[in-house]
Design a protein around this ligand. Sequence first.
Ligand SMILES: Cc1ncc(COP(=O)(O)O)c(C=O)c1O
Length: 464
Amino acid sequence: MTHLPNSLQARDIAHVLHPYTNLVKHEKAGPLVIERGKGIYVYDDSGKEYIEGMAGLWCAGLGFDEPALVDAAVEQMRKLPFYHTFGHKSAGPVIDLAEKLKSLSPVPVSKVFFVNSGSEANDTQMKFIWYYNNAIGRPKKKTILSRQRGYHGVTIASGSLTGLPANHRAFDLPIAGVKHVDCPHYYRNAEPGESEAEYTARLARNLDEFIQREGPDTVAAFFAEPVLGAGGVIVPPAGYYPAMQAVLRKYDILSVADEVICGFGRTGNVWGSQTLDYQPDLISCAKQLSSAYLPIAACLISEPVYEAIRDQSGTIGTFGHGFTYGGHPVSAAVALRTLQIYEERNIYAHVAAVAPHFQARLRRLADHPLVGEARGVGLIGAVELVANKTTRQNFDPAKAVGATCAAFAQEEGLIQRSLAGDALAFCPPMIITEGEIDEMFDRFERALARTEAWISAEGLRPAA
Ligand SMILES: Cc1ncc(COP(=O)(O)O)c(C=O)c1O
């Protein structure tokens, strides 16, 4: 594709380095430039409309034109556009937001620490955990467990927690001291004939054996997204978290919930941990915390962890951690307003009310010849495209079947993301109505039909 000289596309190619992009392809294809948004829709620079089927990056819960959030930002900007929380300083919105998050938390929380992104939140949790174990005289208890296909960010620590090859390969990750355990994906990983309960019991046994091999006194914490997001929208089987946590508690290993996607309504409850019966000691949240209108994320920590950190900082003289923009007053004011709107407009109840329709339309796709599994909970889901439904054989990744389907969807006016293993994700703004859910899946079904025709034309199905 050639772009007009001086067009936004040509200037983007010349000047912008894009995350999560094949940079070689980008030099030809250029970007889709989004200019404005309204509700669940966004519009490109030619005026074409798209349903934002991913709420951006699983984050714009209130859609793309919420004036109350703009007002909250402007008001705080006028009053105090910046302050920080270093060295005994604070600001009203930060205090209000911390108090609000504690009141919403599904488990008792002592303190809230603010950062700017999900990656920073998980990175910070790892540092808290190490500092905590040093403080209480367990300097060997440092290994952090997460799961294959888990996603926790891209910094050196959080990127190590992430269990996806593209985040490790050629980046020299993961770092030592981060280990990955089983991905709880029944469809892909269960043995033939194994029930969900047997599968869950096996994963808990594997975890126990893994910890035994590592040495229980060296394992500090387990990080988990209640529903794995970027790894393919994987909902663990019922009973999975209680079984895993029984093992973790036996060895005094902390549980961290990465609620960066699930938090604030996505699964039909305020927290994914509530939906999936997970009882963490520490919680990371971000994204829908501010409906993504400004960057803000938070670490919610328990009383024992807080007390140890407090005492250690007293001994050392300071708690030597913090980001310039952590607890930015404008971001905090917008987040606080977001949480108020979720309550005033009954957004959590709305998600619970429309989720059955969303899930019904999603699961209907399982009848399609290309769809191996349709899975999800609340207002999040994915379909996994397979070359053979009986054997569950994947397509050759080099053929980019998922990415091609996402490209057809984009032409049909639906923005989606293709994840590893040709899984196409759905995570629309939480304000979506039943009618808009139908429109979204209608557009996707047209894209799927075009993908099927393309696969036949290209002869991509392996011979049976
Ligand atoms: C579950 C989860 N944790 C952490 C992150 C990282 O967040 P950020 O991109 O804000 O660093 C993400 C981002 O998608 C996520 O989905």
